[in-house]
Design a protein around this ligand. Structure first.
Ligand code: TF8
Length: 335
């Protein structure tokens, strides 16, 4: 009898060393802040991320996502991450320029021109270079997800030429590069947090905003806008950010899980974003909005008008950062 007990005890001890993967995962609840609505493709990425974390941690980790700025806007949430009072945010790079000026590179007008370029730039050396800057400001970038190409919507007129921007009251994201771009285009631009945009459009405080089709759709901007013009003036990615101070308290396995699961989420989220973009465009059209493309001639004029933004923002972004992005994009394009 004694032998049996001893043997099974030894076996149990051996198993406890070799077996339970969850021993490296402490029970935790992770909150993810988000500014967009729950039917946005980010939710598909978050679902995948959540499932992956649940499986990898053997149920030790719980992930709770909060939508529509319930935990604060992008910038406020990122600041909470830095102070260690919130675990995660999925944020556009643009409002975070206040924290890391180099992120302004993604706000430069017409920098990226296709999905393929975006993926190659963000998943390549340049994306890593940007991610490597984040720990210094108390943030860990787990992955770049897709926000998408931004298009202008408004309630005044279809924008078909440079002149059509004139005098429009446009909400822009909170940084000087967007402000400069839209002022240069002739609009009356106002920086504003995303959560205030719907009401500002509804009350007529502003005429226009710019975001990808999926956002114009899922945030119901089509209810308070009449025109959408296919400007594709910027591709501002999402960063899947984790709190630096909290990250530092995690085990190596936990840290690796975060990167792996954010990468799994990325695949699903980008696919979903691209599939939904056409559906969203159709819903915008079905809602009665007038959607227009811009001619090559007019687009050339628009690009030329904002070309000076690159030089004017080089100091704030860092000339080396801008050059590096441009060089990598040139290589991606085979130039
Ligand atoms: C913007 C951004 C936002 C996103 C969202 C809050 O216009 O594109 O839609 O950052 O996650 O502010």
């Amino acid at each position: 009898m004694k032998t049996i007990v001893t043997t099974s005890l030894a076996a149990a001890l051996a198993m406890s060393v070799a077996l339970p993967a969850h021993a490296q995962f402490t029970d935790r609840t992770i909150r993810i802040a988000n500014g967009i609505a729950e039917d946005h493709p980010v939710a598909d990425g978050v679902d995948t991320f959540t499932q992956c974390v649940d499986e990898t941690s053997g149920g030790a980790w719980t992930v709770n996502a909060f939508w529509s700025s319930a935990l604060g806007d992008d910038l406020q949430s990122a600041q909470s991450l830095r102070s260690g009072t919130l675990e995660m945010v999925i944020s556009s790079t643009s409002p975070l320029v206040a924290i890391e000026p180099a992120l302004g590179v993604f706000d430069l007008p017409f920098l990226i021109s296709s999905d393929e370029e975006a993926d190659a730039l963000l998943d390549g050396e340049f994306g890593q270079y940007i991610s490597d800057m984040m720990p210094e400001v108390g943030l860990v970038n787990l992955s770049f997800w897709e926000n998408g190409f931004r298009n202008l919507s408004n309630s005044v007129r279809p924008v078909q030429t440079l002149a059509d921007f004139e005098g429009m009251r446009v909400r822009v994201m909170q940084n000087n590069i967007f402000l400069d771009t839209f002022q240069t285009l002739g609009t009356n631009a106002t920086p504003m947090a995303f959560g205030e945009v719907f009401t500002a459009l509804e009350t007529g405080a502003i005429d226009a905003q710019e975001n990808p089709y999926v956002t114009i759709d899922t945030s119901r901007f089509y209810e308070v806008q009449d025109y959408v013009s296919n400007t594709r003036h910027a591709y501002t990615p999402f960063m899947v950010l984790f709190s630096g101070p909290i990250f530092d308290t995690l085990s190596e396995q936990e840290q690796q899980m975060l990167f792996d699961c954010a990468a799994e989420g990325q695949t699903v989220q980008r696919e979903s974003s691209r599939a939904l973009s056409d559906e969203s465009l159709q819903r915008i059209i079905d809602a009665g909005l007038e959607v227009n493309d811009i001619s090559d001639e007019a687009m050339a004029e628009i690009r030329e008008a904002v070309a000076g933004v690159y030089e004017r923002s080089a100091d704030s972004i860092g000339a080396d950062v801008v050059e590096r992005a441009q060089a990598e994009l040139a290589a991606i394009r085979g130039e």
